[in-house]
Design a protein around this ligand. Structure first.
Ligand code: SF4
Length: 221
């Protein structure tokens, strides 16, 4: 049974953060391979992701061309993006792993599989953990899955949306069971933006935070 008090709190946070970050909205789902490669960038910002994809489009015909590129060339192409060279090397290795495993670069088959099988395939790729796999599922397959990252769980604990000892799996279950499915994508992106902008890991800027009136951790840092 849905916890109505918690649902109300989730929806309130969704509304407040939605007002604070009006530019956060559902973008057109990216192709699966684009999203998968971008997840290899870890915690890097959306700006990094956009810049990396833009460069891929300008310099390579497709992901296969990056796969067969010389590592030193790829490193050079991305070197002015902070962390770009490392990302390019990881991307080449991952593309090669997928090619060796599948014989091609087409991931369209994932769209026909059940969620646990898609997760299993994605997390079998070196460098992709459960949260990153779920982000690919949410972003590229448009499935109502809440990716549970370290920063997301930290925010949930600060806001008392999850208990101090809650695990990532527990937090994911709570969100997916409590929040209407149509809000999951935006809720995830709004929290990501808020953590990036205000609720930093160290020294969150509680004085500037629109959630401070509802946050049990405000001013404790
Ligand atoms: S009040 Fe502080 S700890 Fe709470 S959500 Fe806002 S920034 Fe984070």
């Amino acid at each position: 049974m849905v916890n109505t008090a918690l649902r109300k709190k989730f929806l309130e946070i969704h509304r407040i953060l939605g007002r604070r970050y009006p530019k956060v909205r559902r973008h057109r789902p990216r192709p699966l391979m684009d999203e998968l490669m971008l997840q290899l960038a870890g915690n890097r910002s959306d700006e990094f992701r956009r810049a990396a994809l833009d460069r891929i489009r300008k310099r390579f015909a497709d992901w296969n061309e990056l796969r067969v590129a010389r590592v030193s060339d790829a490193e050079r192409i991305f070197e002015d993006l902070p962390g770009g060279s490392e990302w390019a090397v990881r991307a080449i290795r991952t593309l090669e792993d997928i090619f060796q495993d599948r014989g091609d670069m087409d991931l369209a088959f994932l769209g026909t599989m059940k969620l646990p099988e898609v997760r299993r395939f994605l997390t079998s790729i070196k460098g992709i953990d459960r949260a990153e796999a779920d982000a690919v599922i949410l972003e590229a397959l448009n499935a109502p899955v809440m990716p549970v990252t370290e920063w997301g769980l930290r925010f949930a604990k600060r806001m008392s949306l999850a208990g101090k000892k809650a695990t990532r799996a527990h937090w994911q279950k709570v969100v997916e069971e409590t929040l209407p499915v149509e809000h999951i994508y935006k809720f995830y992106k709004l929290i990501e933006k808020h953590v990036e902008t205000i609720c930093h890991p160290e020294r969150p800027e509680c004085d500037r935070c629109l959630l401070r009136g509802r946050c049990s951790s405000k001013g404790r840092f």
